[in-house]
Design a protein around this ligand. Sequence first.
Ligand SMILES: Nc1ncnc2c1ncn2[C@@H]1O[C@H](COP(=O)(O)OP(=O)(O)OP(=O)(O)O)[C@@H](O)[C@H]1O
Length: 310
Amino acid sequence: MEAMLSVNNVGKFFKDKKVLDQISFEVQKGEIMAILGPNGAGKSTTIRNIMGIMYPDEGTVSFHNRKEIPRNKIGYLPEERGLYKNVKVMDILLYLADLKDYPLKKARERALEYLKKFDLEGKENVSVEELSKGMGQKVQFIASVLHEPELLILDEPFSGLDPVSQELFKEEIRKLAKQGTAILLSSHQMNLVEEMADRLFMIHKGQKVIYGTMDEVKTQYANFKCTIRGVNDLAMLQQLPDVHRVEQNEGTSTSVLYLTKEVQPAQWLKSLPDEINIQELVFDRITLHEIFIDIATGKNLVVEAGDLDA
Ligand SMILES: Nc1ncnc2c1ncn2[C@@H]1O[C@H](COP(=O)(O)OP(=O)(O)OP(=O)(O)O)[C@@H](O)[C@H]1O
């Protein structure tokens, strides 16, 4: 795979506080790479260092192995939304495309296609201030991709979108990756990340905690869990083999049994005692959402953490 963007041992200080420490990852051509982490973990600072809004105190950022980051090859949807208010939609799109040296005729054609695709047909002469929040976000997304960037950085692209618009964005992001765009996606919506990302980098307190493909992360970090509906005694469940932790929510008859890494699913299921009350049983792995909460809170659902050497 071809690395479009390489972040190498990046460190960043704000006064005496080190907010990024030895951050290294790559974004490859045609992949969706997610950058995740709790609030204040360092995601935006990482992105700002990539975008040249600020510069790393340690380490390097390179694009196609070159230190010069060509701005016209990058598309960026920042977390802070906001386009010039008193300008027509098409005018702002063409202005931004022109800043990226993109041919205007082609930009206009692509803008009209995108407006149609995002249900904004006929809005090209509407002033940006007349758009709803979601519509404004769609226009800003269009602005970030209009010039056919090789690397697209999307900071919380789904926030504030209705489910239909989320689907449109998802579809478009997947399509761009398929066409070869390298995509760096920052999002707190774990279900969407789980669905979309090929690889992920998780940062916590400015340091790497997970880096690998979604499959590797699931296999290595997402231990199995078994959800049983049925009235059962907590102590009995806790004594079952390979049970790491049991959660029972008050007022429901559902128990979630978190299992150890070594568990053999088929053997474990066979070993369940006859007296256990099972109305429903689901056996699956913990979700990315649970992995995230585990790391952010130290809840210890994930038994081991480290590098996947992806
Ligand atoms: N301009 C700044 N001056 C001083 N400290 C800063 C500055 N920008 C960010 N920080 C600090 O750097 C750390 C990382 O912040 P950053 O905004 O990168 O986190 P984040 O992962 O993007 O969080 P969120 O999910 O809340 O957007 C935080 O401790 C934050 O307080």
